[in-house]
Design a protein around this ligand. Structure first.
Ligand SMILES: *[C@@H]1O[C@H](CO)[C@@H](O)[C@H](O)[C@H]1NC(C)=O
Ligand SMILES: *[C@@H]1O[C@H](CO)[C@@H](O)[C@H](O)[C@H]1NC(C)=O
Ligand SMILES: *[C@@H]1O[C@H](CO)[C@@H](O)[C@H](O)[C@H]1NC(C)=O
Ligand SMILES: *[C@@H]1O[C@H](CO)[C@@H](O)[C@H](O)[C@H]1NC(C)=O
Ligand SMILES: *[C@@H]1O[C@H](CO)[C@@H](O)[C@H](O)[C@H]1NC(C)=O
Ligand SMILES: *[C@@H]1O[C@H](CO)[C@@H](O)[C@H](O)[C@H]1NC(C)=O
Ligand SMILES: [Zn+2]
Length: 470
């Protein structure tokens, strides 16, 4: 009986999610959004036009009770084992329930999730390289919004929906894409009994990844020196100009998360650096013949030194913090991961500091996960009752998610007026973050959420499992 009711409810949700009101005619400049079609390749983004629309979003009046799962997961399960598929589905539901009870979500968040054998379905078999991709998740679309400090930042669609704009840039069908390799590793599911020492709690991995998908991610990275990162900037908005074959530079673009990053030694916001980086266009202009032209001119500009200096900061322990809402006190900043040297794309900055938070109730977003211990045990052994720790909750509130303690978070504007570059044509094709390899110590199993490296000393065979984050 209860099951039937649930089925009807989810059918309604699935059905009505296609009930779009046709986009409103708008005479403003069409907004440029970015789709991230491949959760395993965050570097690949497609610029898509997302004209202002009055598209309906599924909301729920049950949301305020905090008891309803606000995540609508469409799962493609590619394994024949039906009970395994059920475990995967159940894990997504559990993760959805945990997040839904920590936040006040007013709009359903849709996830396109797959649990498939990457070797069979995508030819990703590890092979000679010894690399096995485990999976990953990312926002399916990021949307530029105008912040109150004059910068335009990219917001994940899941968050933009919570702002309930009457008209807004058009949404894509899913908010978060997630993909996990059924043949990649030895996942442990709740109810499986004793956990092996080399097993990973699938719930822990799913929750960690979904939080990234909700917007816990920095856009600071090296977009200039592909394989040898040395200069840090936000994403580079460099787009075809339309009129000719040149590219137009629309500025460096931070994520919603980046608005709150501060330099822990100076107390200054790193967005000040973004503003200074944007003056690059003053002398050079905004037209470039191609990426190489941009890179060469940026490298020889005075602004490039700021990017080189930022690299020093992101590899200096405890140098960057996230300043939560209603705080002007450095002591209240949440320390971000900057002790990794060399810089690790995706692991650095986009996590909380491992050394500070590993043993606290804010362990969920550290870059290294534990093997052989499950999420519930970790939570209770730290004397907590909530899996979403207090500091993680603060971060989510600060970027715009409401909670019962903080029901009226900051909301950016949907109307883009400036990016401190006097432009409203935001059109970028930029790279995202991929969390990647971390160093392995002998005979150990180093489980990065993003990378699992197993060093087999006997056979000198290295098997590396990659779990790619946004
Ligand atoms: C199917 O999955 C279940 C749950 O993970 C597992 O206990 C069982 O051994 C699997 N069956 C086969 C045939 O692999
Ligand atoms: C959902 O994900 C699967 C697997 O990645 C993909 O094949 C499919 O196209 C996705 N659907 C949409 C609508 O994005
Ligand atoms: C660059 O242009 C901005 C906006 O016009 C201006 O405020 C700023 O002073 C200029 N910076 C330099 C270094 O010329
Ligand atoms: C952070 O502040 C310190 C101390 O003022 C300074 O030396 C460092 O260059 C700053 N980092 C960045 C990226 O501005
Ligand atoms: C992280 O914390 C766990 C306790 O849950 C502990 O077992 C582990 O050794 C810690 N890791 C490091 C590297 O300190
Ligand atoms: C964006 O970049 C990718 C990879 O460099 C490229 O394949 C794609 O055509 C670009 N898209 C646009 C709209 O420029
Ligand atoms: Zn991560």
């Amino acid at each position: 009986m209860k099951e039937t009711l649930l089925m009807i409810i989810s059918l309604i949700i699935l059905f009505s999610s296609f009930l779009y009101v046709s986009p409103a005619k708008s005479n403003s400049v069409p907004t440029q959004c970015y789709n991230h079609p491949n959760p395993l390749n965050g570097k690949y983004r497609e610029a898509v036009s997302c004209p202002t629309s009055k598209q309906k979003v599924i909301t729920s009046n049950l949301a305020a009770t905090g008891s309803k799962n606000m995540f609508d997961v469409t799962l493609t399960c590619g394994v024949k084992n039906v009970s395994l598929c059920d475990e995967v589905k159940k894990t997504f539901e559990t993760a959805g329930n945990i997040i839904s009870s920590a936040l006040i979500l007013n709009s359903i968040i849709t996830i396109n999730a797959s649990f498939i054998d990457f070797c069979v379905s995508m030819g990703e078999c590890g092979g000679k390289s010894g690399l096995v991709t485990l999976g990953g998740a990312c926002p399916a679309r990021s949307i530029p919004l105008q912040d109150d400090d004059g910068l335009v930042r990219l917001y994940p669609q899941a968050l933009v929906k919570q702002f309930q704009f009457k008209t807004h840039p058009e949404y894509g069908p899913y908010d978060i894409l997630a993909m996990f390799n059924s043949a990649g590793t030895n996942f442990w599911f709740e109810g499986d009994g004793n956990m092996g020492h080399d097993q990973q709690d699938f719930l822990y991995v799913v929750l960690h990844e979904l939080i990234h998908g909700l917007g816990f991610a920095s856009n600071w990275g090296d977009y200039i020196n592909e394989n040898n990162p040395k200069a840090m900037t936000p994403d580079i908005a460099l787009v075809p100009d339309g009129s000719d074959s040149t590219l137009k530079f629309n500025g460096f673009m931070e994520s919603a998360f980046d608005k709150y990053i501060i330099n822990m030694s100076s107390g200054h916001r790193t967005s000040e650096i973004t503003n200074k980086l944007n003056t690059f266009a003053n002398e050079t202009g905004t037209k470039f013949s191609d990426d190489d032209d941009f890179n060469a001119k940026f490298k020889s500009s005075p602004q490039y030194k700021l990017a080189l200096n930022m690299m020093k900061t992101v590899i200096t322990p405890s140098s960057l913090g996230f300043l939560p809402h209603d705080s002007n006190d450095l002591a209240e900043a949440i320390i971000l991961e900057t002790h990794l040297n060399p810089y690790q794309e995706g692991s650095s900055v986009s996590h909380v500091d491992f050394n500070t938070y590993n043993t606290t109730n804010d362990f969920l977003m550290k870059y290294l996960a534990d093997l052989g211990v499950n999420l519930r045990t970790m939570t209770t052994s730290r004397g907590c009752t909530e899996i979403i720790g207090p500091k993680l909750k603060l971060i989510l509130e600060t970027i715009g998610y409401a909670t019962s303690d903080y029901p009226n978070p900051y909301i950016p504007s949907v109307t883009i007026t400036s990016n401190n570059l006097n432009t409203n044509n935001l059109n970028t094709n930029f790279s995202g973050n991929i969390e990647s390899v971390s160093s392995a110590s002998p005979k150990m199993i180093n489980f990065n959420f993003e990378t699992l490296i197993i060093l087999n000393l006997v056979g000198f065979i290295t098997t590396r499992y990659l779990l790619k984050d946004f």
